[in-house]
Design a protein around this ligand. Structure first.
Ligand code: PMV
Length: 323
């Protein structure tokens, strides 16, 4: 039977993490490391999944019981829920085989779960001949992500769908593509896998105890994002770097920084980066630094020397597409 393939990019948060959950804008860029999904109808009334990169081989589940979350391996829960939601919305009943392949490890925090959800829904729409606008794809994918992890702004889904670099407000209330020519980023992985929902809850608890203080931090992050939007479009790296450092200080105040992230950030700054900050929820995952093409090698070496893993990442990548 016919096979449909789709791919979606990963993402890196540039500015505005955490505040975005509370209705403020953030800036996210899609990265050229992609997740690929292949879908195919099958005769039996089951969903079959092969997702070797998350350790899942020969997984099967009855189509009727797709919504039941118990006993689903972590690596395929997003696919499970995405198929359930898609079938329910478009009143489809069919057996299905899904294969996934990722160009990056789910450890890095590049948003592999979101990319896989988006690519799967895109491929299913093509397979069952359903015309999906980007916003409809976003809404279905967002519903899926909220069902699985309960919290999240959906910024990573927007990056996977629209690609490029976006100004984004939670739930897709605002999705504005920013015209950016180049973005010379160095990405360093701390070696520590962070759990985003835990960190989002940690900030929520802090906000409960110090509402005025934390909202004040969010207001300031909002100012950073507003400034960064323009400096990114203008290609003003000096100013963008300064804003990254300001954003990092505000994230530190929210309590989501770690010593390892700081080590890599200071190493990058010492090597001449215009600016550096953590990217995403904090607690581990990746930091990003901004430096000209000429400086990138030195910054990358400094990050490695400080105990980080340099990841070659191409930002501003194309959004979801049928392959
Ligand atoms: O950890 P990541 O890369 O998924 O980023 C999380 C960003 C937050 O703003 C903390 C949460 C969100 O969903 O926007």
């Amino acid at each position: 039977m016919k096979k449909i393939k789709a791919s979606a990019p990963g993402k890196l948060m540039l500015f505005g993490e955490h505040a975005v959950v509370y209705g403020y804008p953030c800036i996210v860029t899609a990265v050229e490391q992609r997740v690929r999904v292949e879908v195919q109808k099958i005769e039996n009334d089951i969903l079959k999944i092969e997702a070797p990169e998350v350790g899942v081989r020969g997984y099967t589940k009855k189509i009727k019981s797709l919504g039941e979350k118990a006993n689903i391996p972590k690596g395929v829960i997003f696919l499970n829920m995405a198929v359930k939601n898609f079938f329910k919305k478009y009143k489809i009943e069919s057996g299905l085989k899904i294969k996934t392949k990722s160009e990056f490890s789910s450890e890095f925090g590049f948003g592999s779960s979101s990319a896989v959800t988006v690519a799967a829904i895109k491929a299913l729409a093509e397979l069952f001949k359903i015309k999906l606008k980007n916003k409809q794809l976003f809404d279905l994918a967002y519903k899926t992500v909220l069902e699985v992890q309960g919290v999240g702004s959906g910024f990573d889904l927007a990056a996977a769908i629209w690609g490029g670099t976006l100004l984004f407000v939670t739930g897709g209330r605002k999705i504005v593509p920013l015209k950016i020519k180049e973005l010379p980023l160095v990405v360093g992985y701390t070696g520590v896998k962070a759990d985003t929902p835990t960190l989002v809850r940690k900030v929520a608890e802090l906000r409960q105890r110090y509402p005025q203080l934390v909202d004040g931090i969010f207001d300031n992050i909002n100012f950073v994002v507003e400034e960064a939007k323009n400096s990114l479009i203008e290609g003003d790296w000096q100013k963008t770097g300064e804003l990254m450092i300001l954003n990092q200080g505000l994230l530190e105040a929210l309590g989501v920084n770690t010593k390892k992230l700081s080590d890599l950030i200071f190493a990058a700054l010492d090597a001449g980066a215009y600016g550096a900050k953590l990217s995403g929820a904090g607690g581990g995952d990746c930091m990003i630094a901004l430096g000209s093409e000429r400086m990138k090698r030195e910054i990358a070496q400094a990050v490695e020397k400080a105990g980080g893993k340099y990841l070659e990442v191409k930002p501003n990548a194309e959004g979801v597409r049928i392959e």
